[in-house]
Design a protein around this ligand. Structure first.
Ligand SMILES: *[C@@H]1O[C@H](CO)[C@@H](O)[C@H](O)[C@H]1NC(C)=O
Ligand SMILES: *[C@@H]1O[C@H](CO)[C@@H](O)[C@H](O)[C@H]1NC(C)=O
Length: 495
Protein backbone atom coordinates (compact mmCIF):
# COMPACT_ATOMS: atom_id res chain seq x y z
CA UNK A 1 0.00 0.00 0.00
CA UNK A 2 2.72 2.37 1.04
CA UNK A 3 4.79 1.62 -2.01
CA UNK A 4 1.78 2.12 -4.30
CA UNK A 5 1.25 5.53 -2.74
CA UNK A 6 4.93 6.33 -3.13
CA UNK A 7 4.78 5.38 -6.79
CA UNK A 8 1.70 7.55 -7.27
CA UNK A 9 3.47 10.50 -5.68
CA UNK A 10 6.52 9.97 -7.84
CA UNK A 11 4.36 9.84 -10.95
CA UNK A 12 2.54 12.97 -9.92
CA UNK A 13 5.79 14.82 -9.27
CA UNK A 14 7.18 13.65 -12.57
CA UNK A 15 4.03 14.75 -14.39
CA UNK A 16 4.15 18.12 -12.66
CA UNK A 17 7.80 18.64 -13.50
CA UNK A 18 7.04 17.36 -16.95
CA UNK A 19 4.43 20.03 -17.56
CA UNK A 20 6.65 22.71 -16.07
CA UNK A 21 9.54 21.41 -18.14
CA UNK A 22 7.44 20.84 -21.23
CA UNK A 23 6.43 24.46 -21.29
CA UNK A 24 10.05 25.55 -21.06
CA UNK A 25 10.86 24.55 -24.55
CA UNK A 26 13.37 27.36 -25.06
CA UNK A 27 15.01 26.70 -21.71
CA UNK A 28 15.08 22.93 -22.24
CA UNK A 29 16.35 23.30 -25.74
CA UNK A 30 19.19 25.57 -24.59
CA UNK A 31 20.11 23.25 -21.73
CA UNK A 32 20.15 20.17 -23.89
CA UNK A 33 22.31 21.80 -26.54
CA UNK A 34 24.63 23.46 -24.03
CA UNK A 35 25.27 20.12 -22.38
CA UNK A 36 26.26 18.66 -25.74
CA UNK A 37 28.31 21.65 -26.84
CA UNK A 38 28.99 24.51 -24.48
CA UNK A 39 29.86 26.78 -27.44
CA UNK A 40 26.46 26.47 -28.99
CA UNK A 41 23.38 28.53 -29.65
CA UNK A 42 24.31 32.15 -28.99
CA UNK A 43 21.90 34.84 -30.19
CA UNK A 44 22.75 35.73 -33.78
CA UNK A 45 20.38 38.49 -34.66
CA UNK A 46 21.41 42.06 -34.04
CA UNK A 47 18.95 44.81 -34.83
CA UNK A 48 19.72 46.67 -37.99
CA UNK A 49 19.33 50.43 -37.68
CA UNK A 50 22.87 50.58 -36.35
CA UNK A 51 26.02 51.56 -38.21
CA UNK A 52 28.98 49.37 -37.37
CA UNK A 53 32.43 50.81 -37.92
CA UNK A 54 35.71 48.96 -37.71
CA UNK A 55 38.46 51.19 -36.39
CA UNK A 56 42.22 50.63 -36.34
CA UNK A 57 43.61 52.95 -33.70
CA UNK A 58 47.38 53.45 -33.60
CA UNK A 59 49.06 51.20 -31.05
CA UNK A 60 46.28 48.66 -30.61
CA UNK A 61 47.48 45.99 -33.06
CA UNK A 62 48.67 42.69 -31.61
CA UNK A 63 49.52 39.34 -33.15
CA UNK A 64 47.64 36.13 -32.38
CA UNK A 65 50.14 33.40 -33.22
CA UNK A 66 49.06 29.81 -32.45
CA UNK A 67 52.60 28.50 -31.98
CA UNK A 68 53.08 31.13 -29.26
CA UNK A 69 50.00 29.86 -27.47
CA UNK A 70 47.26 32.15 -28.80
CA UNK A 71 44.08 30.10 -29.19
CA UNK A 72 41.81 32.80 -30.60
CA UNK A 73 41.43 33.92 -34.24
CA UNK A 74 44.88 33.88 -35.77
CA UNK A 75 46.61 36.89 -37.35
CA UNK A 76 46.82 40.63 -36.87
CA UNK A 77 44.31 41.69 -34.25
CA UNK A 78 43.31 44.80 -32.33
CA UNK A 79 40.63 46.58 -34.38
CA UNK A 80 37.70 48.08 -32.49
CA UNK A 81 34.07 47.65 -33.47
CA UNK A 82 31.98 50.76 -32.91
CA UNK A 83 28.20 50.50 -33.20
CA UNK A 84 26.32 53.75 -33.67
CA UNK A 85 22.51 53.94 -33.61
CA UNK A 86 21.41 55.77 -36.76
CA UNK A 87 19.72 58.47 -34.71
CA UNK A 88 22.69 58.94 -32.35
CA UNK A 89 23.63 62.49 -31.44
CA UNK A 90 26.98 63.99 -30.42
CA UNK A 91 26.06 63.58 -26.77
CA UNK A 92 24.59 60.07 -26.92
CA UNK A 93 25.59 57.85 -24.04
CA UNK A 94 28.50 55.49 -24.65
CA UNK A 95 29.12 51.93 -23.55
CA UNK A 96 32.51 50.26 -23.60
CA UNK A 97 31.68 46.56 -23.60
CA UNK A 98 34.43 43.99 -22.94
CA UNK A 99 33.77 40.55 -24.36
CA UNK A 100 34.10 37.38 -22.30
CA UNK A 101 36.07 34.25 -23.16
CA UNK A 102 38.47 33.80 -20.23
CA UNK A 103 40.90 36.26 -21.87
CA UNK A 104 41.72 33.32 -24.19
CA UNK A 105 38.86 33.48 -26.65
CA UNK A 106 36.54 35.91 -28.31
CA UNK A 107 36.74 39.14 -30.28
CA UNK A 108 34.33 41.91 -31.29
CA UNK A 109 33.45 39.97 -34.44
CA UNK A 110 33.30 36.34 -33.29
CA UNK A 111 31.07 34.45 -30.83
CA UNK A 112 28.17 36.62 -31.98
CA UNK A 113 29.53 39.72 -30.24
CA UNK A 114 28.91 41.76 -33.37
CA UNK A 115 25.19 40.99 -33.07
CA UNK A 116 25.29 41.68 -29.34
CA UNK A 117 26.90 45.07 -29.96
CA UNK A 118 24.30 46.03 -32.55
CA UNK A 119 21.46 45.01 -30.27
CA UNK A 120 22.94 46.83 -27.29
CA UNK A 121 23.37 50.01 -29.33
CA UNK A 122 19.89 49.72 -30.84
CA UNK A 123 18.18 49.07 -27.55
CA UNK A 124 20.04 51.53 -25.30
CA UNK A 125 20.49 54.22 -27.99
CA UNK A 126 24.10 54.46 -26.79
CA UNK A 127 27.22 54.29 -28.93
CA UNK A 128 28.74 50.89 -28.16
CA UNK A 129 32.42 50.05 -28.52
CA UNK A 130 33.91 46.58 -28.38
CA UNK A 131 37.71 46.71 -28.34
CA UNK A 132 39.81 43.76 -29.46
CA UNK A 133 42.07 43.85 -26.42
CA UNK A 134 45.11 41.53 -26.49
CA UNK A 135 44.33 38.01 -25.29
CA UNK A 136 46.51 35.57 -23.38
CA UNK A 137 49.39 34.97 -23.68
CA UNK A 138 50.09 38.30 -25.47
CA UNK A 139 47.92 40.37 -23.12
CA UNK A 140 47.81 39.80 -19.36
CA UNK A 141 46.05 41.64 -16.56
CA UNK A 142 48.12 44.85 -16.68
CA UNK A 143 48.22 45.19 -20.45
CA UNK A 144 44.56 44.22 -20.85
CA UNK A 145 43.52 46.76 -18.22
CA UNK A 146 45.73 49.45 -19.75
CA UNK A 147 44.36 48.76 -23.23
CA UNK A 148 40.79 48.86 -21.90
CA UNK A 149 41.32 52.17 -20.08
CA UNK A 150 42.68 53.64 -23.32
CA UNK A 151 39.60 52.35 -25.12
CA UNK A 152 37.38 54.05 -22.56
CA UNK A 153 39.27 57.33 -23.04
CA UNK A 154 38.99 57.02 -26.80
CA UNK A 155 35.26 56.36 -26.61
CA UNK A 156 34.72 59.35 -24.32
CA UNK A 157 36.06 61.72 -27.00
CA UNK A 158 34.80 59.78 -30.01
CA UNK A 159 33.16 62.03 -32.59
CA UNK A 160 29.98 60.20 -33.50
CA UNK A 161 29.51 62.45 -36.53
CA UNK A 162 32.04 64.70 -38.20
CA UNK A 163 30.33 67.82 -36.88
CA UNK A 164 30.65 66.69 -33.23
CA UNK A 165 33.20 68.20 -30.86
CA UNK A 166 35.42 65.73 -28.95
CA UNK A 167 34.69 67.54 -25.69
CA UNK A 168 30.89 67.19 -25.86
CA UNK A 169 29.63 66.16 -22.38
CA UNK A 170 28.69 62.48 -22.43
CA UNK A 171 27.54 59.76 -20.05
CA UNK A 172 29.88 56.79 -20.03
CA UNK A 173 29.06 53.18 -19.19
CA UNK A 174 31.31 50.20 -18.88
CA UNK A 175 30.07 46.68 -19.43
CA UNK A 176 31.19 43.12 -19.87
CA UNK A 177 30.24 39.49 -19.57
CA UNK A 178 32.15 36.85 -17.65
CA UNK A 179 35.92 37.63 -17.77
CA UNK A 180 35.03 40.83 -19.65
CA UNK A 181 33.03 41.72 -16.53
CA UNK A 182 36.12 41.15 -14.40
CA UNK A 183 38.15 43.66 -16.38
CA UNK A 184 35.20 46.06 -16.57
CA UNK A 185 34.97 46.03 -12.77
CA UNK A 186 38.74 46.55 -12.56
CA UNK A 187 38.21 49.69 -14.65
CA UNK A 188 35.59 50.98 -12.20
CA UNK A 189 38.09 50.49 -9.36
CA UNK A 190 40.94 52.00 -11.35
CA UNK A 191 38.77 55.04 -12.04
CA UNK A 192 37.94 55.39 -8.34
CA UNK A 193 41.66 55.42 -7.63
CA UNK A 194 42.24 58.03 -10.33
CA UNK A 195 39.13 59.77 -11.73
CA UNK A 196 41.37 61.70 -14.12
CA UNK A 197 41.60 58.68 -16.38
CA UNK A 198 38.35 60.06 -17.80
CA UNK A 199 38.29 63.60 -19.21
CA UNK A 200 36.22 66.15 -17.28
CA UNK A 201 33.46 66.31 -19.91
CA UNK A 202 32.66 62.61 -19.41
CA UNK A 203 30.54 61.37 -16.48
CA UNK A 204 30.92 57.78 -15.40
CA UNK A 205 27.23 56.93 -15.21
CA UNK A 206 27.19 53.18 -14.69
CA UNK A 207 28.39 49.65 -15.19
CA UNK A 208 26.53 46.64 -16.57
CA UNK A 209 27.80 43.17 -15.83
CA UNK A 210 26.49 39.81 -17.01
CA UNK A 211 27.73 36.81 -15.03
CA UNK A 212 30.97 38.55 -14.07
CA UNK A 213 33.82 36.52 -12.65
CA UNK A 214 35.03 38.65 -9.76
CA UNK A 215 36.81 36.29 -7.35
CA UNK A 216 40.01 35.07 -8.95
CA UNK A 217 40.71 32.89 -5.91
CA UNK A 218 37.79 30.84 -7.23
CA UNK A 219 36.57 29.77 -3.81
CA UNK A 220 33.08 31.21 -3.50
CA UNK A 221 30.74 28.56 -2.06
CA UNK A 222 28.64 28.05 -5.19
CA UNK A 223 31.51 26.17 -6.80
CA UNK A 224 30.23 23.42 -4.49
CA UNK A 225 26.57 24.14 -3.95
CA UNK A 226 25.83 24.86 -7.60
CA UNK A 227 28.06 22.10 -8.95
CA UNK A 228 26.59 20.27 -11.90
CA UNK A 229 24.93 16.92 -11.31
CA UNK A 230 22.42 14.70 -13.02
CA UNK A 231 20.31 11.77 -11.98
CA UNK A 232 20.99 8.14 -12.83
CA UNK A 233 19.74 6.89 -16.19
CA UNK A 234 17.10 6.92 -17.53
CA UNK A 235 17.16 10.65 -17.12
CA UNK A 236 15.77 13.72 -18.82
CA UNK A 237 16.72 17.35 -18.77
CA UNK A 238 14.80 18.04 -15.51
CA UNK A 239 17.29 15.76 -13.73
CA UNK A 240 20.23 17.96 -14.68
CA UNK A 241 20.84 20.48 -11.93
CA UNK A 242 23.56 23.00 -11.09
CA UNK A 243 25.92 24.71 -13.48
CA UNK A 244 25.45 23.13 -16.89
CA UNK A 245 28.15 25.21 -18.55
CA UNK A 246 31.00 24.49 -16.14
CA UNK A 247 30.05 20.90 -15.51
CA UNK A 248 33.27 19.38 -14.26
CA UNK A 249 33.61 18.04 -10.74
CA UNK A 250 33.77 20.92 -8.27
CA UNK A 251 37.47 20.68 -7.48
CA UNK A 252 38.46 20.26 -11.11
CA UNK A 253 36.26 23.17 -12.06
CA UNK A 254 37.77 25.42 -9.39
CA UNK A 255 41.28 24.33 -10.33
CA UNK A 256 40.76 25.12 -14.00
CA UNK A 257 39.26 28.51 -13.14
CA UNK A 258 42.18 29.27 -10.87
CA UNK A 259 44.73 28.17 -13.44
CA UNK A 260 43.07 30.50 -15.93
CA UNK A 261 43.12 33.35 -13.40
CA UNK A 262 46.79 32.72 -12.62
CA UNK A 263 47.72 33.03 -16.26
CA UNK A 264 45.84 36.33 -16.37
CA UNK A 265 47.34 37.96 -13.26
CA UNK A 266 50.72 36.19 -13.20
CA UNK A 267 51.11 35.44 -9.48
CA UNK A 268 49.30 33.89 -6.54
CA UNK A 269 49.28 37.14 -4.56
CA UNK A 270 47.55 38.96 -7.40
CA UNK A 271 44.57 36.60 -7.20
CA UNK A 272 43.53 38.71 -4.21
CA UNK A 273 44.51 42.06 -5.63
CA UNK A 274 41.53 44.38 -5.06
CA UNK A 275 41.65 45.78 -8.59
CA UNK A 276 42.53 42.65 -10.56
CA UNK A 277 40.16 40.50 -8.51
CA UNK A 278 37.41 43.01 -7.62
CA UNK A 279 35.74 40.65 -5.13
CA UNK A 280 38.53 41.64 -2.72
CA UNK A 281 37.91 45.37 -2.96
CA UNK A 282 36.50 46.67 0.30
CA UNK A 283 36.20 50.05 2.03
CA UNK A 284 39.65 51.35 1.10
CA UNK A 285 38.81 50.82 -2.55
CA UNK A 286 35.05 51.03 -2.78
CA UNK A 287 34.67 53.66 -0.08
CA UNK A 288 36.60 56.45 -1.76
CA UNK A 289 34.82 59.06 -3.85
CA UNK A 290 31.77 58.05 -5.81
CA UNK A 291 31.03 54.82 -7.63
CA UNK A 292 28.98 54.68 -10.80
CA UNK A 293 25.65 52.86 -10.49
CA UNK A 294 26.16 49.13 -11.02
CA UNK A 295 23.86 46.56 -12.62
CA UNK A 296 24.43 42.80 -12.41
CA UNK A 297 22.53 39.96 -14.10
CA UNK A 298 23.48 36.48 -12.99
CA UNK A 299 21.99 32.97 -13.08
CA UNK A 300 21.05 31.37 -9.78
CA UNK A 301 22.64 28.08 -10.90
CA UNK A 302 26.05 29.49 -11.70
CA UNK A 303 29.17 28.41 -9.86
CA UNK A 304 30.15 32.08 -9.82
CA UNK A 305 26.86 33.38 -8.39
CA UNK A 306 28.60 34.48 -5.17
CA UNK A 307 31.10 36.44 -7.24
CA UNK A 308 28.22 38.81 -8.02
CA UNK A 309 26.21 38.84 -4.83
CA UNK A 310 29.11 39.35 -2.42
CA UNK A 311 30.83 42.04 -4.44
CA UNK A 312 27.48 43.80 -4.96
CA UNK A 313 26.90 43.77 -1.22
CA UNK A 314 30.27 45.39 -0.56
CA UNK A 315 29.81 47.99 -3.27
CA UNK A 316 26.41 48.97 -1.85
CA UNK A 317 27.72 48.99 1.72
CA UNK A 318 30.30 51.48 0.53
CA UNK A 319 27.79 53.82 -1.00
CA UNK A 320 27.25 52.61 -4.55
CA UNK A 321 23.79 52.26 -6.03
CA UNK A 322 23.63 48.63 -7.02
CA UNK A 323 20.99 46.48 -8.70
CA UNK A 324 21.41 42.70 -8.78
CA UNK A 325 19.07 40.51 -10.82
CA UNK A 326 19.37 36.81 -10.03
CA UNK A 327 17.56 34.65 -12.57
CA UNK A 328 16.29 31.36 -11.27
CA UNK A 329 17.93 28.28 -12.79
CA UNK A 330 19.87 30.23 -15.38
CA UNK A 331 23.34 29.41 -16.60
CA UNK A 332 26.45 31.45 -17.29
CA UNK A 333 25.91 34.35 -19.70
CA UNK A 334 22.26 33.38 -20.31
CA UNK A 335 21.32 36.84 -21.71
CA UNK A 336 23.39 35.83 -24.74
CA UNK A 337 20.87 33.05 -25.47
CA UNK A 338 17.73 35.18 -25.27
CA UNK A 339 16.57 34.19 -28.78
CA UNK A 340 15.96 30.68 -27.43
CA UNK A 341 18.72 28.56 -28.98
CA UNK A 342 16.86 27.88 -32.19
CA UNK A 343 13.77 26.54 -30.43
CA UNK A 344 11.58 29.13 -32.09
CA UNK A 345 10.62 30.58 -28.72
CA UNK A 346 12.43 33.30 -26.82
CA UNK A 347 14.27 32.47 -23.63
CA UNK A 348 12.16 34.53 -21.23
CA UNK A 349 14.84 35.12 -18.56
CA UNK A 350 17.32 36.17 -21.24
CA UNK A 351 14.82 38.66 -22.64
CA UNK A 352 14.04 39.99 -19.19
CA UNK A 353 17.75 40.42 -18.47
CA UNK A 354 18.09 42.43 -21.68
CA UNK A 355 15.06 44.54 -20.80
CA UNK A 356 16.36 45.22 -17.31
CA UNK A 357 19.85 46.06 -18.57
CA UNK A 358 18.39 48.54 -21.04
CA UNK A 359 16.13 50.07 -18.41
CA UNK A 360 19.07 50.41 -16.05
CA UNK A 361 21.12 52.27 -18.66
CA UNK A 362 18.21 54.62 -19.27
CA UNK A 363 17.59 55.32 -15.60
CA UNK A 364 21.29 55.67 -14.73
CA UNK A 365 21.74 58.11 -17.65
CA UNK A 366 18.96 60.29 -16.30
CA UNK A 367 20.55 60.21 -12.84
CA UNK A 368 23.98 61.10 -14.18
CA UNK A 369 22.62 63.93 -16.35
CA UNK A 370 20.81 65.36 -13.33
CA UNK A 371 24.15 66.01 -11.69
CA UNK A 372 25.22 62.50 -10.75
CA UNK A 373 24.53 60.67 -7.56
CA UNK A 374 26.60 61.49 -4.51
CA UNK A 375 26.33 57.92 -3.27
CA UNK A 376 24.72 56.96 0.00
CA UNK A 377 26.20 56.45 3.43
CA UNK A 378 26.22 52.69 2.94
CA UNK A 379 23.32 50.39 2.29
CA UNK A 380 22.19 47.26 0.58
CA UNK A 381 21.96 46.44 -3.09
CA UNK A 382 18.52 46.11 -4.61
CA UNK A 383 18.40 42.36 -5.20
CA UNK A 384 15.64 40.93 -7.38
CA UNK A 385 15.19 37.18 -7.67
CA UNK A 386 13.47 36.57 -10.97
CA UNK A 387 11.50 33.51 -12.06
CA UNK A 388 10.35 32.72 -15.57
CA UNK A 389 6.87 34.20 -15.30
CA UNK A 390 5.82 32.75 -18.64
CA UNK A 391 6.10 29.11 -17.55
CA UNK A 392 2.94 27.04 -17.45
CA UNK A 393 1.24 26.73 -14.09
CA UNK A 394 2.57 30.03 -12.76
CA UNK A 395 -0.31 32.28 -13.69
CA UNK A 396 -1.22 34.31 -10.65
CA UNK A 397 2.12 33.76 -8.92
CA UNK A 398 3.61 37.17 -9.56
CA UNK A 399 2.54 40.76 -8.95
CA UNK A 400 0.48 42.08 -11.80
CA UNK A 401 1.66 45.65 -11.27
CA UNK A 402 4.53 46.88 -13.36
CA UNK A 403 7.40 47.93 -11.14
CA UNK A 404 9.69 50.48 -12.75
CA UNK A 405 13.24 50.85 -11.54
CA UNK A 406 14.06 54.10 -9.79
CA UNK A 407 17.62 55.11 -9.06
CA UNK A 408 17.18 58.01 -6.70
CA UNK A 409 20.19 60.09 -5.85
CA UNK A 410 22.19 58.08 -3.45
CA UNK A 411 19.86 55.13 -3.21
CA UNK A 412 18.23 52.43 -5.22
CA UNK A 413 14.51 51.90 -5.04
CA UNK A 414 12.23 49.34 -6.56
CA UNK A 415 9.48 51.41 -8.13
CA UNK A 416 6.13 51.67 -6.42
CA UNK A 417 3.73 54.38 -5.36
CA UNK A 418 5.27 57.82 -5.60
CA UNK A 419 4.59 58.59 -1.99
CA UNK A 420 5.09 62.25 -1.35
CA UNK A 421 5.80 61.75 2.33
CA UNK A 422 8.40 59.08 1.68
CA UNK A 423 10.02 61.26 -0.94
CA UNK A 424 10.32 64.24 1.37
CA UNK A 425 11.66 61.97 4.09
CA UNK A 426 14.18 60.49 1.66
CA UNK A 427 15.39 63.85 0.42
CA UNK A 428 15.75 65.06 3.99
CA UNK A 429 17.62 61.88 4.87
CA UNK A 430 19.91 62.26 1.90
CA UNK A 431 20.63 65.88 2.84
CA UNK A 432 21.44 65.03 6.45
CA UNK A 433 23.44 61.99 5.36
CA UNK A 434 25.42 64.16 3.00
CA UNK A 435 26.14 66.78 5.68
CA UNK A 436 27.16 64.14 8.19
CA UNK A 437 29.30 62.27 5.72
CA UNK A 438 31.07 65.45 4.61
CA UNK A 439 31.61 66.55 8.20
CA UNK A 440 32.86 63.19 9.40
CA UNK A 441 35.04 62.34 6.44
CA UNK A 442 38.40 63.26 8.02
CA UNK A 443 37.51 61.41 11.23
CA UNK A 444 36.33 58.37 9.30
CA UNK A 445 39.50 58.28 7.22
CA UNK A 446 41.62 58.45 10.38
CA UNK A 447 39.68 55.61 12.00
CA UNK A 448 39.85 53.54 8.82
CA UNK A 449 43.61 54.04 8.69
CA UNK A 450 43.94 52.99 12.31
CA UNK A 451 41.83 49.89 11.73
CA UNK A 452 43.80 49.04 8.62
CA UNK A 453 47.10 49.20 10.57
CA UNK A 454 45.60 47.05 13.32
CA UNK A 455 44.43 44.47 10.82
CA UNK A 456 47.75 44.56 9.02
CA UNK A 457 49.79 44.00 12.17
CA UNK A 458 47.69 41.02 13.17
CA UNK A 459 47.73 39.23 9.85
CA UNK A 460 50.67 36.96 9.16
CA UNK A 461 52.26 36.57 5.74
CA UNK A 462 49.65 35.84 3.08
CA UNK A 463 49.28 32.18 2.37
CA UNK A 464 47.25 30.59 -0.33
CA UNK A 465 44.14 28.99 1.03
CA UNK A 466 43.53 25.48 -0.22
CA UNK A 467 40.80 25.40 -2.83
CA UNK A 468 38.57 23.94 -0.18
CA UNK A 469 38.74 21.65 2.78
CA UNK A 470 38.87 18.06 1.51
CA UNK A 471 36.05 16.88 3.78
CA UNK A 472 33.66 19.28 2.09
CA UNK A 473 33.98 17.69 -1.31
CA UNK A 474 30.73 15.93 -2.09
CA UNK A 475 31.58 12.30 -2.78
CA UNK A 476 28.59 11.09 -4.69
CA UNK A 477 29.19 12.83 -7.99
CA UNK A 478 28.78 10.10 -10.54
CA UNK A 479 31.62 10.20 -13.00
CA UNK A 480 28.98 9.85 -15.69
CA UNK A 481 27.93 13.35 -14.89
CA UNK A 482 31.22 14.71 -16.10
CA UNK A 483 32.45 12.41 -18.82
CA UNK A 484 31.50 12.22 -22.42
CA UNK A 485 30.72 15.85 -22.94
CA UNK A 486 33.93 17.76 -22.72
CA UNK A 487 33.30 18.61 -26.33
CA UNK A 488 32.82 22.30 -26.14
CA UNK A 489 36.34 22.99 -24.98
CA UNK A 490 36.33 26.67 -25.91
CA UNK A 491 33.60 27.64 -23.48
CA UNK A 492 34.54 25.10 -20.85
CA UNK A 493 36.72 27.94 -19.60
CA UNK A 494 34.85 30.82 -17.99
CA UNK A 495 33.47 32.78 -20.88
C1 LIG B 1 29.99 23.63 -31.00
O1 LIG B 1 29.30 24.78 -31.44
C2 LIG B 1 30.11 25.72 -32.12
C3 LIG B 1 29.26 26.95 -32.37
O2 LIG B 1 28.08 26.63 -33.02
C4 LIG B 1 30.64 25.10 -33.40
O3 LIG B 1 31.46 26.02 -34.09
C5 LIG B 1 31.44 23.87 -33.05
O4 LIG B 1 31.87 23.22 -34.22
C6 LIG B 1 30.60 22.91 -32.21
N1 LIG B 1 31.45 21.83 -31.76
C7 LIG B 1 31.10 20.55 -31.94
C8 LIG B 1 32.08 19.55 -31.45
O5 LIG B 1 30.06 20.23 -32.44
C1 LIG C 1 10.81 42.98 -22.84
O1 LIG C 1 10.42 44.23 -23.34
C2 LIG C 1 9.56 44.15 -24.47
C3 LIG C 1 9.38 45.55 -25.01
O2 LIG C 1 9.00 46.43 -24.00
C4 LIG C 1 8.25 43.49 -24.05
O3 LIG C 1 7.39 43.38 -25.16
C5 LIG C 1 8.55 42.11 -23.51
O4 LIG C 1 7.38 41.50 -23.03
C6 LIG C 1 9.59 42.18 -22.40
N1 LIG C 1 9.96 40.82 -22.06
C7 LIG C 1 10.24 40.42 -20.82
C8 LIG C 1 10.53 39.00 -20.65
O5 LIG C 1 10.32 41.19 -19.90
Amino acid sequence: MRSTLGLLCLCWAAADLGTLGGQHSAEDSCRQQLLANSSCCLDQHGDHDVLQRKIARPGTAWPCVPKDGCVSTEGRRGDDLISVPEDATCDSCRILFLHGGSWYYGSPVTDEYRALAAKLAHRTRCVVMLPDFPLLPVGKYVSILTASVKSLQFLSTYQVWESCRPSTPVNMFIGGDSSGGTTALSIVLRWKQDPDILPAHASFAGGIFWSPWTNLMCNTPEYITNAYMHGPPPTDISDHVGDIVFNQRPLENMASFRQNALEYVGSLQMLKDPIASPFFADSEWLGMGTTPALYFAVGSSETILGDTTILAEKAAANGARVVVDIFHGMWHDFPMYSDGCGSGQPLWPGQRAWNNTVEFVRVASIGASAGGAPGNAGGWPLIRYIYDESAQGRAGWFPSKSRPLLLEHGRVEAGGHPWLKALVFMLFGALVGQLVSVGCAPLRTAVQKLLATKRGSRAGPEEMAPLLEPNRVPRQYSSQAVTGRRIGVPRAQPA
